[in-house]
Ligand binder design. Structure first.
Ligand code: XMP
Length: 514
C-alpha cells in the first residue's frame, strides 16, 4: 500500500525540518526535497499535498530559487510559507516587493476564519513573522484571508485550485495556532487520512525487513545510543538470530560506557542477541594521528568503523546486510535530501566510504525524526532509561576534542565529562536539560596550582535545552552546579587548569564542538 505523503519543497529556509516534523505530528508522513527536484519526480511521488518552504532570497531576482509554474496546474494542494508564499504569488501574477516595514517576531495577525486554513483559529492570532519582502498585491484568482497592520496580504488563497499562501511561519512554536493551521491544511485541504503512526511503522518495518533479508545474515552497528539500540531491537524482532550486533569501542566513548553497553546488550544483558565487542582504541588513535580538521576527523572515524565491520562480517562469513541507526535529520544535515548547506557529515551518512563490502545497507530509521525513534523504541518495549538517553554522537569524544586527538586528551575529557554528568544528576538537573557534556578545547593557558605555574588545557562545559536538537538554548544552570563541577574538574583531572561554560545557543553555535 502506498503511504500518503506530503512533500516539503525546500527553498533554503531554516525551519524546513520543523515543517516536516509538524506535519508528521499530525500523523501524516512528510519528506523534504530540494526545489531542484524535477516535476516528473514529484508526479511520481503522488503527494497528497506540497509545502513550499521559506528561504533567504527575494523571489523577483533572477538568480533566486524558483519552480516550474506547471506545478500549480497538477491539482495537488500547495501551501506556500514565507518565501514560498511570495514565490507562489510572483509566479501566478501577484506583486512581491521590498516591504516598507520589515516584520520580525511575534505579530498579531487578523484571519478570516471561514478559510479552510483557519478553521477553529482565533480571529486575532499571534504568528511568527520574519520577512523583508512582502506581497503587495495577491495574484489574480486569490482572495486575501489574513492581514496585519504592516502586511496587507499575510495570507491569500485560491480554494478552487487548492493553493494557499501564508507569509508567517506556522511551523514555529511562536505561532500560537500554527499546528492547527498545518493540521487544517493536511486534513481540510489535502484530505489526508492520517495513517502515519508508530505502531504501524514498527509492524510494517518488521515485515519488509523480513522480506528483504530472507535467510541472509545481518550485522548491526550498535553503539548503545538510542538510534542504534532501536534499530538493533527492531532487527532482532524481524530476523532473530540471523542478526549479529557489533559494538566497536573506538576509544572515543564516555567513561565506563563500553562496559555499560555490554551490560545491556551483551551475554548477561536484557536481550538475547549475538553480541560482539571489538576493542579498537589503538587502531582509531593511529588513524587519527595528526588529523585536526573536524570534517577530516569525522570521515576517518566513519571509514574506520566500516572497515572494522567489514572485518567482523568476514569472520562471521556470508553477511549480506549492514544495519545502521541513521535517522532523518542525519540524512538532511549531511546534505543528501534537502537544499540546506552541509553542516556536518554525520558519520553514518556522509562519512560512508564509496566502496563498502556489503550487499546492502539497511537503515530502518532513515525516515524518522528523533522523537519518532523514541516512540518506535517504546513501541518495541525498550525500557525508558534506554529510550530517553541523551544523544551521543557516533564519532563520540572525537568531536568533543578540538583539534588532534590523543589518548591523553581522551582521558581528560572522559574524566571531566563524568564529573559534569555526575554533578548535574546529583542536583536533579538531568531531567531539565536535554544534552550535557564536557569538551576539551585545544587551548592551553597559564594557571597557578599550589605555588607552581601551570600551562594546561581548558575544558568547556555544555548543557542545552532543546526539543528537536536542530535549535537549542544554553541552559541557565544554577551557579552552584557549575562552580562545584569546575572545582572538582581542576582538582581531579590532570592537565586541566581552566573551565568554561558555553553560553551559546544553536544557532549560531552547534551543540557539539566540531
Ligand atoms: P549539532 O552539533 O549538529 O548536534 O548541533 C545536533 C545533535 O546531533 C548529534 N550529532 C551527531 N550524532 N553522529 C551522530 O550520531 C554525528 O556525527 C553527530 N554530530 C552531531 C549531537 O550530539 C546533537 O544531539
Amino acid at each position: 500500500m502506498k503511504r500518503e505523503t506530503v512533500v516539503v519543497l525546500d527553498f533554503g529556509g531554516q525551519y524546513n525540518q520543523l515543517i516536516a516534523r509538524r506535519v508528521r505530528e499530525c500523523n501524516v508522513y512528510c519528506e523534504i526535497y530540494s526545489y531542484k527536484t524535477s516535476i516528473e519526480k514529484i508526479k511520481e511521488i503522488q503527494p497528497k499535498g506540497i509545502i513550499f518552504t521559506g528561504g533567504p532570497n527575494s523571489c523577483y531576482e533572477a538568480q533566486s530559487p524558483t519552480y516550474a509554474r506547471e506545478i500549480f496546474e497538477l491539482g495537488i494542494p500547495i501551501l506556500g510559507i514565507c518565501y514560498g508564499s511570495q514565490l507562489m504569488m510572483h509566479l501566478l501574477g501577484g506583486k512581491v516587493e521590498k516591504a516598507p516595514v520589515r516584520e520580525y517576531g511575534k505579530i498579531q495577525v487578523n484571519v478570516n476564519t471561514s478559510s479552510k486554513m483557519f478553521t477553529d483559529v482565533s480571529e486575532k492570532t499571534i504568528c511568527w513573522m520574519s520577512h523583508n519582502d512582502y506581497i503587495s498585491k495577491e495574484a489574480p484568482g486569490f482572495t486575501v484571508n489574513a492581514w496585519t497592520d504592516d502586511c496587507p496580504v499575510a495570507a491569500a488563497e485560491n480554494p478552487d485550485k487548492k493553493l494557499y499562501a501564508i507569509q508567517f511561519h506556522p511551523e514555529v512554536l511562536h505561532t500560537q495556532e500554527g499546528k492547527k493551521m498545518l493540521s487544517n491544511f493536511v486534513y481540510n485541504v489535502c484530505g489526508c487520512a492520517g495513517d502515519w503512526k508508530m505502531d504501524s511503522f514498527v509492524e510494517e518495518s518488521i515485515k519488509s525487513i523480513r522480506e528483504k533479508v530472507g535467510n541472509g545474515k545481518v550485522l548491526c552497528a550498535l553503539s548503545g545510543g538510542v538510534d542504534s539500540s532501536v534499530a538493533a531491537v527492531l532487527l532482532s524482532k524481524a530476523v532473530g538470530n540471523q542478526l549479529t550486533c557489533v559494538f566497536v569501542d573506538h576509544g572515543l566513548l564516555r567513561k565506563n560506557e563500553g562496559d555499560e553497553v555490554e551490560a545491556v546488550f551483551g551475554p548477561d544483558g536484557i536481550y538475547n542477541l549475538n553480541f560482539i565487542r571489538v576493542n579498537a582504541q589503538e587502531r582509531f588513535y593511529t588513524k587519527l594521528k595528526g588529523a585536526e580538521e573536524p570534517e577530516q576527523k569525522r570521515k576517518i572515524i566513519g571509514e574506520e568503523f566500516i572497515r572494522v565491520f567489514e572485518e567482523e562480517a568476514k569472520k562471521i562469513g556470508a553477511v549480506d546486510f549492514l544495519v545502521q541507526g541513521t535517522i532523518y535529520p542525519d540524512v538532511v544535515e549531511s546534505g543528501v535530501g534537502g537544499e540546506s548547506t552541509v553542516i556536518k557529515s554525520h558519520h553514518n551518512v556522509g562519512g560512508l566510504p564509496d566502496c563498502v563490502d556489503f550487499k546492502e545497507i539497511i537503515e530502518p530509521l532513515r525516515d524518522l525524526f528523533k522523537d519518532e525513534v523514541r516512540q518506535a523504541g517504546l513501541e518495541l518495549g525498550i525500557p525508558d532509561y534506554l529510550v530517553f538517553r541523551q544523544p551521543f554522537p557516533g564519532p563520540g569524544l572525537g568531536i568533543r576534542i578540538i583539534g588532534e586527538i590523543t589518548a591523553e586528551k581522551v582521558q581528560m575529557v572522559q574524566e571531566a565529562d563524568a564529573i559534569w554528568r555526575e554533578e548535574i544528576a546529583k542536583a536533579g538537573w538531568d531531567k531539565n536539560v536535554n544534552q550535557y557534556f564536557a569538551a576539551l578545547t585545544n587551548m592551553r593557558s597559564v594557571g597557578v596550582m599550589g605555588d607552581e605555574r601551570t600551562y594546561d588545557y581548558a575544558v568547556a562545559l555544555r548543557a542545552v535545552t532543546t526539543t528537536d536538537f536542530m535549535t537549542a538554548e544554553s541552559a541557565e544552570l544554577p551557579w552552584e552546579i557549575i562552580g562545584k563541577a569546575t572545582s572538582r574538574i581542576v582538582n581531579e583531572v590532570k592537565h586541566v587548569n581552566r573551565v568554561f561554560y558555553d553560553c551559546t545557543g544553536k544557532p549560531p553555535a552547534t551543540i557539539e564542538f566540531e
